[in-house]
Each structure stands twice: as C-alpha cells, then as structure tokens.
Design a protein around this ligand. Structure first.
Ligand code: IDP
Ligand code: MG
Length: 149
C-alpha cells in the first residue's frame, strides 16, 4: 500500500554533515519527498511532538537533545513507507540495529540515535501535520532517470 510517513534527521546528524547521506538512503530506496525543511525547534515544540513519552525517565534528555540544534523534518511517500523507513533506520538502540541500517552505521547511542520515523498510520498523519502545513506537501511525479525529465 502507498503510505506517507514522517522522518527527522536529528541535530547530531545535521551538525555532523550527515543529512545528505541519510536523505540519499531514503531516496535510493525510492521514497518520494513530499516535504522537507531545516528547523531549530524549541524545547516546547519537541515536548509536544514526543508527548507519548512524557513521564519516561529519558524524556527530559530527549527534549534537550532534540532542541539542541537544527533538525531536518521530512514527509516521505512510497510503498509500505511506514515500515520501510523504520527498517532503513534500524532498531532504536544502535547497538542492536542490523548492519546496513542508518542507526547501525551512525549510532551513537539509544538516547541520541540520528533519525526518527513514524510507527503507524495514525502517528504519521499526526506527525506530518505537526510539522507541515497542507501547502507544504508538494505533489509531483517521480522519474526513473534525469533523461526522462
Ligand atoms: P523510535 O525512535 O525507535 O520510535 P521510541 O521508543 O519512540 O523509539 O523513542 C523515541 C526516542 O526516544 C528514541 O529514538 C530514542 O532516541 C529515545 N529513547 C527511547 N527509549 C529510550 C531509553 O530507554 N533511553 C534513552 N533514550 C530512549
Ligand atoms: Mg517512536
């Protein structure tokens, strides 16, 4: 099924100039970019985004980390995009992530893994609308090569 999902390239990855490499992996897997922007979120914006984790011991640190610098927020579309992008990202704990996944490649720790993506259709819809207005979701057709443009 064609799905939309939401992903974040976290601030440590942006600071380490890994945004392009991570985006390349999503593009190579043929997920289509629906929307993308670089933002330095407030702590409040992040706390609202991660509201499901409020009260967990790691929540304050997660909010500090995620608001510590600019992040790239992405909406992506493709066949089984929700599970597919999570598979590209790998397990939450980079130490347990499979070889070939983004979290395995770049670590560094559970609390500061380099990417986020939605875990269900409901969270994807909520997360996309939390970061993007409807006009920011851009419709266009993908081509298989530059020569087809
Ligand atoms: P996910 O990002 O794989 O969906 P979630 O359980 O939704 O994982 O947690 C959101 C984020 O919170 C994780 O990506 C991770 O950075 C952080 N996190 C989750 N569990 C822990 C933990 O036990 N210790 C430290 N950080 C955690
Ligand atoms: Mg999650």
């Amino acid at each position: 099924m064609i799905e939309c999902t939401f992903a974040i390239i976290k601030p440590n990855a942006v600071r380490s100039a890994l945004a392009g490499e991570i985006l390349r992996r999503y593009e190579t897997a043929r997920y289509r970019l629906l929307a993308m922007k670089l933002v330095h979120p407030t702590r409040e914006k992040i706390a609202g985004f991660y509201a499901e984790h409020e009260g967990r011991p790691f929540f304050p640190g997660l909010c500090d980390f995620m608001s510590s610098g600019p992040i790239v927020v992405l909406a992506l579309e493709g066949e089984d995009a929700i599970a597919g992008v999570r598979a590209l990202n790998g397990a939450t704990d980079p130490a347990k992530a499979s070889p070939g996944t983004i979290r395995h490649a770049f670590g560094p720790t559970m609390g500061s893994n380099v990417v986020h993506s939605s875990d269900s259709t409901e969270s994807a819809a909520r997360e996309i609308s939390y970061w993007f207005s409807p006009e920011e979701l851009v419709q266009y057709t993908m081509k298989s090569s530059l020569a087809d443009v």
